[in-house]
Design a protein around this ligand. Structure first.
Ligand code: GLU
Length: 301
């Protein structure tokens, strides 16, 4: 049988423990990759030491293992990838597509933080590096779940940061370099990153890299309508409740709950999930509530 060209991934930042929203992205991307008989990889996006929580990356990987979600290749750690980001940045600087920027936050306040040209009055010792977003920066793409998307990157985002003034690599650069390095064909992640995708597509074009397909799953909200966030200590996943957590996530992914009724083990749950997974049933919404009223009322989880 020819190998499927599908390669997906789950790429958590170790800013805290995985929660129900992380599982939606992890399980959703795993199901789509397995359904396509493709591969599924895990990448630790440990790029931002100030925001990282000690031990979180290991705990996240352990939790994925407890949920039976195993990658098909060794985990890629972004802290080992600095040379690749440096090379990509040099390529952009040499081509005149990126530039050192001395603007401060207050310099950009007048334009709502959007950088359209340098207005710095003083040179900084630690300039950021930005991508020069030209006039022709209207990006359109078809999201696999959210439909047709369009962003005028110059007007809505401006020249964006590739390396921060504190020396950290920006997520946008690293994600593009690593998705290409890992041969990712299908990026499946939360809809909070839908707005980042046009920037990533512009960067892929600037670096001569392929653009994967994108599918953004709904973002999970708590009962108050806030995004569940690792750094805000959303209730973490619990290794002792792997089955109910997978079942709840399965339902949030729009799949028929009864399909998993017969499963009493982790491996059987995942097997039945793969057998019954229907991508057409995924909810084409930007946001969903973690605990719909009917599930709370019936105590279903
Ligand atoms: N590292 C990002 C996060 O934890 C996800 C990046 C991506 O999937 O592109 O939110």
């Amino acid at each position: 049988m020819p190998a499927s060209p599908y390669r997906g991934r789950f790429a958590p930042s170790p800013t805290g423990l995985l929660h129900a929203g992380s599982l939606l992205a992890a399980f959703g991307s795993w199901l789509l990759a397995r359904h396509a008989q493709g591969q599924w990889l895990v990448r630790v996006e440990d790029l931002d030491p100030p925001r990282e929580v000690a031990g979180a990356a290991r705990a996240q990987l352990e939790m994925l293992g407890n949920l039976g979600l195993h990658g098909d290749a060794p985990v890629l750690w972004q802290h080992n990838r600095h040379d690749a980001y440096e090379a990509a940045l040099k390529q952009l600087l040499d081509a005149g597509l990126a530039f050192e920027c001395h603007c401060s936050r207050s310099d950009l306040a007048a334009t709502g933080g959007i950088h359209q040209r340098c207005v710095a009055r003083v040179r900084r010792a630690d300039p950021a590096v930005r991508l020069r977003v030209g006039g022709d920066s209207i990006v359109t793409f078809q999201d696999g779940l959210q439909g047709a998307q369009r962003q005028d990157v110059q007007a809505e985002v401006g020249d964006f940061v590739l390396r921060r003034a504190d020396g950290c690599w920006a997520y946008q650069l690293a994600v593009v370099v690593d998705d290409a390095y890992q041969g990712i064909t299908d990026v499946v992640r939360g809809a909070d990153l839908l707005d980042s995708t046009p920037r990533q597509i512009l960067l892929q074009r600037a670096l001569g890299l392929p653009t994967p397909r994108y599918l953004h799953l709904p973002l999970l909200l708590d009962a108050q309508g806030h995004k569940l966030s690792k750094s805000d200590a959303a209730t973490p996943l619990d290794a002792d409740h792997a089955l109910p957590q997978l079942r709840a996530t399965w339902a949030l992914l729009g799949q028929a709950p009864a399909a998993l009724d017969a499963a009493d083990s982790l491996s059987r749950t995942l097997q039945l999930a793969l057998q019954h997974f229907d991508p057409a049933a995924l909810p084409a919404q930007r946001q969903i509530y973690a605990a719909p009223h009917n599930r709370v009322a019936t105590g279903a989880d």
